[in-house]
Write a protein of this length. Sequence first.
Length: 454
Amino acid sequence: MTAHPISETVASLMPRAKAELAELVAFQSVADPAQFPKSECEAAANWVADALRAEDFQDVALLDTPDGTQSVYGFLPGPAGAPTVLLYAHYDVQPPLDESAWLSPPFELTERDGRWFGRGAADCKGGFIMHLLALRALKANGGIPVSVKVIAEGSEEQGTGGLERYAEAHPDLLAADTIVIGDTGNFRVGLPTVTATLRGMTMLRVTLDTLEGNLHSGQFGGAAPDALAAMIHLLASLRAEDGTTTVDGLVTDADWEGLQYPEAEFRTDAKVLDGVELIGTGTVADRIWARPAVTVIGIDCPPVVGATPSLQATARAQVSLRVPPGQDAAEATQLLTAHLKAHAPWGARVAVEQVGQGQPFRADISSPAYTSMAQAMETAYPGEKMQSSGMGGSIPLCNTLATLYPEAEILLIGLSEPEAQIHAVNESVSPEELERLSVAEALFLRNYAESKRA
């Protein structure tokens, strides 16, 4: 079978793509100045802006968003009367966590076992490179048949809503006929997948105070209330014995209809240790795509090294709640807040602070743009048909765009398949997946333009 010209072009561009991804991964663009210098995010934003200018984008701008970060925008006009497609990615990344657990430096793209390792390689700096590859392939094969807007967000991982608020204040900026969100992923490597649903998220910081100051555990332990023990007690109330999320008033028994996730495959993908049980009830798909899930993502407490025999006067924790489609994130925030206040033991003083929130999202996969994407994916992945699945993660911008542009079709694709280990140590991207999805996106843009002319 003769290779498609788009496929041949993308294959020839892969060495350049690897070099560019290495440059982009090198920026330590964690959008939290308490962890990494803000200058790292600014440098990454400028790199993205320069890349767009090099592709002849017009109106390239670094947008100062209300959360103090920058999103990068550019516009590339297409033929007269052509539809407009918005391509989305984000250049900010999760912190590397325990750098000693990485097999190679987290901000140095490293090839190993057929994959490219580095923080943001899949989530979502690779997504921006995917967009560039698709556009370059079209340029080399007759031209780009649509007008293209690109938006690269600078604080998606923090969930602080900067781009959402900016878009609401400038509603014409991101208007498009179709929007491609390049921040999800295939169900597994080699299986072309569009994401039908996203869980939303709320993030709360809870503080418990029980004493005016720390006390000697021998002199006062047994009667004086320990704030850290109180926090452990409180956090335990968020899960049932089987691990099911139990937030007072929150619905936790919805079912997922569609592509299922075999338990054995999930255990392998999640790297669950032998003998350790999965938590919750229902199918795996129910638990990760259709139901809420609470996670304690951080606790302030004395480290083991250097700990003293003291009762803690204050304890603090950060709690994330994933909210499935059909539930409102703002209501879930209220329920979680009320639960935390109601279940604090021993009359401990409770303070709850909201630090992030995003609504869940459900795509209309029956829309015409999905037909164009299905055809493109079948060409990019010979012998495979496009599948649809859920995704447990959150992309808060999706609902903002759906509200601002109700007529726009929104498609979700990307590089974050299970082996990518996004948000964990040793994040990586499959170069084959990057290549095939870039081909699929290029062919989609061509198919979509043709469908609009028909």
